[in-house]
Design a protein around this ligand. Sequence first.
Ligand code: SF4
Length: 207
Amino acid sequence: MNIEKVANLIIEKFPRVHFNKEPFYVLVSTVLSQRSKDENTEVAAKNLFEKFKNPAELANAKPEELHELIKPAGLYRQKAKRIIQIAKILQENYNGKVPDSFDELLKLPGVGRKTANIVLYVSFGIPSLAVDTHVHRISNRLGWVKTKNPEETEFKLMKLIPKNLWGPLNGSMVEFGKKICKPVKPDCKNCPIKKYCNWEGKNDSII
Ligand code: SF4
């Protein structure tokens, strides 16, 4: 199978547009998105940034001031604390700016490989492959990798996929994973890349 060709097909058919690429917005939104649906993350981010515009304002906030604003994204107590901690660290160590370095991003609380890679690609245009549950599941179903966790998938995919596709592939696989190649009962009948898929259950899957 030509993996590059199939990756391009997914990117073409399931484009993802990032309306706001401002680094602090992308970083905080990605923290908010952990275990949250996109639509709920968007409401929480909108509420939060209407009141607090930047790290300087958030560094001085109290967690309780954030609770109602970000409640739609869930885990709001934990996320409020993290967001304020991040804002404080950015103020103290990075002149209020989000660093464009993977290693520096990983030092921030609540920021893992996925979040760091999303910020690097979306905000700074640096080729980065963010692997979440969608990317992990779909890559395994397609037969591109045989891996047990997203981190393993990330390293394998980086060897299989050209660098220029790393960034766009994440957003497109998320869209594809929400609309067609869902975790349970994927819509294989309407899948535009079905003929390239190795998943043994694809012909039985119905909606
Ligand atoms: Fe996913 Fe089914 Fe398409 Fe395979 S055929 S990629 S399992 S939706």
